[in-house]
Design a protein around this ligand. Sequence first.
Ligand code: KG4
Ligand code: ZN
Length: 346
Amino acid sequence: TDTLTMLGLESSCDDTAAAVVRRSASGAEVLASVVIGQTGLHDAFGGVVPEIAARAHAEKLDVAVRQALDDAGLTLNDMDAIAVTSGPGLIGGVLSGVMCAKGLSAATGLPLVGVNHLAGHALTPRLTDAIAYPYLMLLVSGGHCQFLIVRGPQDFTRLGGTIDDAPGEAFDKVARLLGLPQPGGPSIEREAMGANPKRFPLPRPLIDRDDCNLSFSGLKTAVLRTRDALVAEFGGLTRADRADICASFQAAVCDVLADRMRRALARYLAENPVTPCVAVAGGVAANMAIRARLEAVAADLGAQFVAPPLKLCTDNAAMIAYAGIELFEDGVRHDLTLSARPRWPL
Ligand code: KG4
Ligand code: ZN
């Protein structure tokens, strides 16, 4: 057939998502994308609680699937296959998604395609901007941070990555330190707007190193010290203090990411001069200040810069359905023996 319609399921972290993506001669199109967040559920615990997340996924996956099919105006009979995140992630959530997909597959006879969550993020710029292989990808999320050369849906080369925390994790922890709501990224970006990024000198870990690795845990510790010093001296933080810490922290993350991107992109371009393209994905790529800095680096080195729309940067099932389409076209088929993998490097 010349069109392929894929149902996608995603439940590896704290978003329950279902989507329908169709590929035809004219390109790939998101027909529906439903994301049911778990904001509020984990607030009292200072982080995503795996058991609570898994229960919520198990309760909401069928709702998300129903909604996605309704939004697309289609039924399961119109699908060619079912793609599901089969790792990496919180195992209870991944299992919920895999079991739901298996149930749908058993009931309909539709083939299953297990998708790596990171591959979903990494292939998103092909869904949104139809860019050609190969390209450089900076994946920056709450759990991941790495530079990948993407050559195909099953062909990734890792140039480097974080040696400790992911940047999203650092945003979330810093927000917690400052008493700002989760997820920390959007809160900090909001606070930082109009504040003074130069007031607090924070470290730029690993900058100028001759590899493509990154580090963010020292930055988080430096923010903790800055906060404690202000509390010790003045008994607390003013609104302006808090905003300036956010701005200083965000500026440090921007500097680190821009420096590392420059190094990775130069390395990529030396070997792949024909397709000078760098794309970003993952929740942290939703940050406008970070996007602008990365875009400037790309422009400086003469590379195209692709950043998917915010909704497709953070966790969603359209990216899983789309990756499923590429894998399906590559001949990948799974059956009821598909297993859920908590760890699964690309
Ligand atoms: O990709 P994602 O939705 O989930 C995974 O980690 O796979 O990324 C979530 C992360 C969170 O840590 C959140 O704080 C961060 O992305 N994030 C942001 C922004 N929006 C979300 N970080 C910085 N600035 C933002 N605007
Ligand atoms: Zn993600």
